[in-house]
Design a binder for this molecule. Sequence first.
Ligand code: COA
Length: 169
Amino acid sequence: MAPKTPEQSKTTMTDLVLPSETNPLNNLFGGELLARMDRAASIAARRHSRRIVVTASVNHVAFNRAVPLGSVVTVEAKVSRAFKTSMEVFLDVWIEDRESGVRTKANEAIYTFVAVDETGRPVAIPEITPESELEKARYDAALRRKQLSLVLAGKMKAHDATELKALFE
Ligand SMILES: CC(C)(COP(=O)(O)OP(=O)(O)OC[C@H]1O[C@@H](n2cnc3c(N)ncnc32)[C@H](O)[C@@H]1OP(=O)(O)O)[C@@H](O)C(=O)NCCC(=O)NCCS
């Protein structure tokens, strides 16, 4: 399988915030944003692997800014690193100012997807070659995040998490 770039998986979804999607403060409900991010991330993972993909883990979500009713919200997803069968997908969420059109970063998140066959068994995926400085930084940190996610899920012993140990040495 030929390696791919993060740009090849880039997925951009732009949509409005409607009244039914808000909390009592008239801001976007967190679960609605999670669903939008999951959809964009799964498309990015599918574009990278060209396989059926399932969400294995939501590794990180930061709701740094409220997203008001009526906002135009853009969710951008890209595969940041591909492992054997799993992929890390990095999401950036932007709000667009109505008058100037200037985009402001509102939130970000990191999801892990696994490519599977028709029976749900994990299958190998192409490698990824990061290009920009940001893509390279996200690629470099992804193994650490994978190990942390596996330790938290009880699927890896802490003393096997080489990248995490290296942080404290
Ligand atoms: C995700 C799933 C396919 C993993 O199956 P599994 O039997 O644990 O398979 P493996 O142990 O071989 O793991 C497969 C890959 O996922 C990775 N992985 C599994 N759990 C992970 C986690 N919590 N965090 C990060 N990576 C994880 C493994 O490290 C492995 O990666 P690699 O092959 O790239 O090295 C399986 O748990 C599943 O089907 N879960 C349900 C998915 C789903 O329905 N999602 C929607 C929720 S509503």
